[in-house]
Design a binder for this molecule. Structure first.
Ligand SMILES: Cc1cc2nc3c(=O)[nH]c(=O)nc-3n(C[C@H](O)[C@H](O)[C@H](O)COP(=O)(O)OP(=O)(O)OC[C@H]3O[C@@H](n4cnc5c(N)ncnc54)[C@H](O)[C@@H]3O)c2cc1C
Length: 352
C-alpha cells in the first residue's frame, strides 16, 4: 500500500475508531502493508532505519490523518527503539525481525520511571536482582495496547534507587493486564495498567541498567520528546484545514486562518531545526517546542470549534474530536517544566 492510500484510509476511518473505541487492528495491518512498521527497525533486522527527519514527517502526516493509530505506533516504535538501542543481542535477534514484519506487537510501560507516580514514597514497580534473575513487583500504571502486546518494554526501581529496563513477555507468569480505561479521547489505544506479581525474568531480558535514571540512557524518545510535539502538530494541521475551509467561504475568518497558519509554519520550522541539532535558541529546546505545541494545539482546536459553531459541538464533528484530542497533550509525556509553562499560560501570568 502506498503512503497516500494509507493516509486516505486512516483519515476515512478515524471517526469510527474514535466513536467505537475499538483496537486499531485493521489500521495496524495497513501500517504493515505500507512498510511503516519497518521504519524504526535497523536494516540488519529487516527494517528500513529511516532518518529522524523522515520519521518525524511520517508521524506528523499520520497524526493528522488519525491520532489514535499514530499514537499506538509511537508507543510500539518506542519499544522497538529501546530494544534496538540496547546492547542485548539476544533480544534484538529474537524480537526485531518479527516486529518489523508485524508478527508481534510490543509497547512501552515506562512513565513510572520518569513522569508518573513520582510523588509517591514507594516506586510503582520494585525490582530485585537475584543471581541471574530479575524479580518485578508492582503496577505499571500506563501501557498502551497492553491487551494486544506480546512484549512490554518496562522497568522497575531497585532498593538502592537504580533502575532497570526489561523486555517483558506478557505471557510470563504473574503478568496481569487490567481492563483498559474509557478515555476523553484515544480509548481505541487500549491503555491499561499492568500488574506484576512476583514476575521473574531471566537476565537475558535486561535491556538497560541497573543505573540511575535508566530512561536517560540510549534512544527511544524521553518524556516531552520532539515526537510528542510532532503528534500535536498533526492535530494542529488537521484543525487548520478546518479553519481554512471555512475561511475560504467566510472572509472575516481569513486573518485568523493566516495567523494560525504562520504560527504553525514557524513552530514546524523550529521543530525540524531542533531535530537537526540546532537547539541554541531557547525557543528551539525540546521543552520549549513541546510547550509551544501544547499552547497551539489547545488554541487552534478551540478556534476550529468556535468557527464551526453549534455544528462543531455535535458528537462526531471533526472540531469536537480535535478539541478532545488536544487535551491529551496536556497529560501525555509531559515533564514538570512543560506542565509549569502550560499552567502559566492558562493562568495568564505575565511574561509568557
Ligand atoms: C491515553 C494515555 C496513554 C498513555 N500511554 C502510555 C504508554 O503507553 N506508556 C507509558 O509509559 N505511559 C503512557 N501514558 C502515561 C503518560 O505519559 C503520563 O506519564 C501520565 O499521563 C501521567 O499521569 P499520572 O496520572 O500517572 O501522573 P501522576 O503524577 O502519578 O499523578 C496522579 C495523581 O496524583 C496526584 N499528584 C500528582 N503529583 C502530586 C504531588 N506532587 N503531590 C500530591 N499528589 C500528586 C494528582 O492528583 C494526580 O491526579 C499514557 C497516558 C495517557 C493519558
Amino acid at each position: 500500500m502506498t503512503i497516500e492510500n494509507l493516509l486516505k484510509n486512516l483519515k476515512e476511518h478515524a471517526p469510527d475508531l474514535d466513536s467505537e473505541g475499538i483496537w486499531p487492528a485493521r489500521q495496524l495491518s495497513w501500517l504493515a502493508e505500507a512498510n511503516v512498521l519497518r521504519w524504526v527497525v535497523p536494516n540488519a533486522y529487516d527494517g528500513l532505519d529511516v532518518s529522524a527527519e523522515e520519521l518525524t514527517q511520517g508521524y506528523e502526516q499520520l497524526a493528522q490523518a488519525c491520532l489514535a493509530t499514530c499514537f499506538v505506533l509511537t508507543q510500539r516504535n518506542g519499544a522497538c527503539q529501546r530494544i534496538s538501542g540496547s546492547n542485548n543481542e539476544i533480544m534484538k535477534r529474537e524480537l526485531l525481525p518479527r516486529l518489523a514484519r508485524g508478527e508481534i506487537f510490543a509497547t512501552v510501560g515506562i512513565s513510572h520511571l520518569t513522569t508518573s507516580r513520582q510523588h509517591l514514597a514507594n516506586p510503582a514497580v520494585q525490582a530485585e536482582l537475584q543471581g541471574d534473575e530479575i524479580r518485578l513487583n508492582g503496577t505499571v500504571p500506563w501501557v498502551t495496547g497492553a491487551e494486544y502486546a506480546d512484549i512490554i518494554v518496562t522497568g522497575g526501581t531497585c532498593s538502592d534507587g537504580t533502575q532497570v529496563l526489561v523486555a517483558l513477555p506478557t505471557s510470563a507468569p504473574g503478568v496481569k493486564v487490567q481492563s483498559h480505561a474509557e478515555l476523553m479521547s484515544l480509548t481505541a489505544s487500549y491503555t491499561a495498567p499492568v500488574q506484576l506479581n512476583d514476575v521473574v525474568l531471566p537476565w537475558d531480558h535486561l535491556l538497560a541498567g541497573p543505573v540511575e535514571g535508566v530512561m536517560k540512557q540510549g534512544t527511544g524518545g524521553g518524556a516531552g520528546s520532539l515526537t510528542t510535539s510532532t503528534l500535536a502538530l498533526g492535530v494542529c494541521g488537521r484543525s487548520l484545514e478546518l479553519i481554512q475551509e471555512q475561511a475560504d467561504v467566510r472572509d472575516d475568518l481569513r486573518s485568523v486562518a493566516n495567523g494560525f497558519s504562520s504560527e504553525l509554519a514557524t513552530l514546524r520550522e523550529d521543530l525540524y531545526a531542533s531535530l537537526a541539532g540546532d537547539q541554541d535558541q531557547p525557543q528551539r529546546s525540546a521543552a520549549a517546542i513541546r510547550q509551544r505545541s501544547n499552547s497551539l494545539v489547545v488554541r487552534i482546536t478551540q478556534a476550529a470549534m468556535a468557527i464551526s459553531k453549534g455544528a462543531g459541538f455535535l458528537r462526531g464533528h471533526p472540531a469536537e474530536r480535535a478539541v478532545r484530542e488536544a487535551m491529551f497533550f496536556l497529560v501525555w509525556s509531559c515533564p514538570q517544566p512543560v506542565v509549569q509553562g502550560v499552567l502559566e499560560e492558562l493562568s495568564c501570568r505575565e511574561g509568557f
